[in-house]
Write a protein that binds this ligand. Structure first.
Ligand SMILES: [Zn+2]
Ligand SMILES: [Zn+2]
Length: 608
């Protein structure tokens, strides 16, 4: 597709200045090869930028206050000391530069400010100093990239959250190509950024200059998860065409992403089908199969009473056997009561925040709980983009009910409801009662057929006799065995999960949920309190509380310092530098620049 955003490596080989090489300890020793006065001056001037990058405040003060070097000038590459300090999270240096004449909004040749550079690495502390110092939160570079674009281009969700919630940065602003941060997040496949932006009501229908929506870009990149997330709660974008007349599904197909093309095509057909209000069948998914299942049970039970218990061509039941036979009817009928309860009950829906959200559209601080522990811990998957809530860890948004459900187990079409925290007990009791009823009625039916005094000896003659004289009872028995296998498998799986305090959804997506893994990366269910306690709590309360067991402290030792892997950011610049089709790099930093100019910066830079 011609509109593909190209990632172009931009490497600028640089000459070293006057043989300046620093050992990086900032104490002034270790220089070598200083040639002549100019070279010496150049090396000192260069040292201003080194000191800013390495965080050597003492040396910077000496250079500025005693030797008179200015903080307003660019280095040989065209960047400001403030930018290097911001890139390396030097908050004290940043503060010093701002207080000593550095322009907090100074732009390099690509129009980027120190704040843009802090966004590359998502450095909140230094961004706070810059913003407190008067940095413009909506400063745009030559490509029209704001800090919200840069943060999404580099997947810095926490930074995005911080600038939007605290500094009212616009999460929906377009760049020069008309692409919003959501376009970039969809293109890059940063799921947490997409989730946060959708939560913030970013416009998912926004079209860039080429007519592409974020969904078009996710489809072009073949990111299934991003496509699914972008479609959650709104399927309108499926029909939108870009300037060449192609829908996201057609673009995915063109790019050979067959799975996505299939998903988008199917979702669109289903959406159109459902939105056709005249179609009764269109309402079926909402209605579910509960009435069908109810009819099946009632018909099955009626057949049992008519053809097994009260069959005129079979001998009368003895008192004891009669009680057993009617017990089956009683259990199945009782199961229907719990079926109704499970189907009609609130499965644990979490209150939506949509109406409040609309009212608070211009109050981003109020829209997000600024200090919510889940967000501070970086658990962005807890944001529900539809309900506009921060959902509990074990909750999930059900696309059929369009609500978030606490301790979501699964959406059961047969009961037309979700199975969650508040109706799991009813669901479990319903299937247990029905299985017990099936066992009893099956045994009764089989005994009745086998003990018919008119039946001939031998299996084949008896079978043919039953199929002519007891067709109702035989049909019942066959159906009963068939239902029994399905229902008993469900009971076994539910009972196993209850004993382990894990839901069907968690079992199905066990690899996706980080809370189901320990510090060592091994699978570990923190809610499993042992079979006895799990089962007894479920029996007594009808559910298990979400009380996690603390992990061994030895495994989760805090280092107190975020370690950036070697080369992380600077490699980032090479491999991830977001460029538009003209090859413009969002943040013009790359490892060769920094290595050439400042020595081994990336082995030293570590955020505080
Ligand atoms: Zn939800
Ligand atoms: Zn549901």
């Amino acid at each position: 597709m011609s509109s593909e955003i190209k990632v172009v490596e931009k490497v600028q080989p640089l000459k070293q200045l006057g043989g300046v090489v620093t050992n990086g300890n900032g104490n002034g020793q270790g220089y070598n090869g200083v040639v002549g006065d100019y070279a010496y001056y150049a090396s000192l001037r260069n040292d201003v930028y080194c000191a800013a990058a390495y965080g050597d405040l003492g040396r910077l003060r000496m250079l500025v206050e005693y030797l008179g070097f200015s903080l307003k000038e660019r280095d040989a590459l065209g960047y400001y000391a403030l930018q290097w300090a911001a890139l390396n999270n030097r908050t004290d240096i940043t503060q010093y530069i701002i207080e000593h004449g550095g322009d907090v909004n100074a732009k390099d040749q690509s129009g980027q400010t120190a704040l843009h550079w802090s966004a590359v690495r998502g450095l909140i502390q230094v961004a706070e100093v810059l913003l407190q110092g008067g940095a413009w939160v909506d400063a745009a570079d030559v490509n029209g990239y704001r800090i919200t674009h840069v943060a999404t281009q580099y997947g810095q969700t926490a930074f995005l959250y911080y600038v939007v919630s605290k500094w009212n940065a616009d999460p929906d602003v377009p760049d020069n190509e008309g692409r919003s941060p959501l376009h970039w997040a969809a293109y890059k496949g940063f799921m947490d950024c997409i989730r946060l932006l959708l939560y913030l009501d970013a416009n998912r229908g926004c079209q860039d200059r080429e007519g592409c929506t974020p969904l078009h870009w996710a489809a072009i990149k073949g990111n299934l998860e991003a496509c699914t997330l972008l479609l959650q709660g709104s399927q309108e974008g499926l029909a939108v065409t870009d300037n060449s007349g192609l829908t996201p599904a057609q673009l995915a197909s063109e790019k050979n992403h067959r799975k996505i093309a299939f998903l988008l095509g199917n979702t669109r057909r289903l959406h159109e089908y459902r939105s056709n209000r005249n179609s009764c069948l269109g309402k079926l998914p909402k209605l579910g199969l509960a009435p069908v299942l109810c009819c099946v049970i009632v018909v099955h039970l009626t057949t049992y009473i008519h053809s097994v218990i009260m069959a005129s061509n079979l001998p009368k039941l003895t008192a004891g056997f009669g009680i057993l036979a009617w017990l089956g009817v009683f259990l199945s009928s009782a199961g229907l009561i719990w079926f109704y309860r499970c189907s009609s009950k609130d499965p644990g829906y979490i209150k939506m925040n949509v109406s409040d959200h609309q009212n608070l559209k211009d109050e981003p601080l109020l829209k997000i709980e600024a200090n919510h522990p889940a967000l501070l811990a970086g658990n962005w998957s807890q944001l529900c983009t539809t309900c506009k809530i921060i959902k509990p860890l074990r909750a999930k948004h059900c696309s059929t009910c369009d609500r978030c459900v606490e301790q979501f187990d699964h959406h059961c079409p047969w009961v037309s409801n979700c199975v969650g925290k508040k109706n799991k007990w009813d669901f479990f009791l319903f299937i247990v009662l029905e299985v017990m009823a099936m066992v009893i009625t099956g045994v009764v039916a089989m005994t009745r057929i086998l003990t018919d005094p008119m039946a001939p000896a031998g299996f084949s003659p008896m079978f043919s006799h039953a199929s002519t004289h007891h067709i109702g009872a035989l049909t019942f028995l066959i159906m009963d065995i068939f239902y029994f296998f399905g229902a008993s498998a469900l009971v076994v799986s539910q009972a196993t999960q209850i004993s382990r305090n894990i839901t069907t959804n968690e079992m199905a997506n066990i690899m996706r949920y980080s809370y189901l893994r320990g510090a060592d990366g091994q699978l570990r269910n923190p809610y499993d309190h042992g079979c006895w306690k799990n089962c007894s709590d479920f029996m007594i309360n009808g559910y298990n509380e979400d009380v996690p067991i603390a992990e061994d402290s030895a495994n989760s030792e805090e280092t107190g310092m975020i370690q950036i892997p070697r080369d992380s950011n600077l490699q980032n610049s090479n491999s991830h530098a977001p460029t538009d089709r003209n090859g413009h790099i969002a943040v013009h930093v790359n490892s060769s620049n920094i290595n050439a100019h400042h020595g081994p910066v990336h082995s030293l830079v570590q955020p505080r």
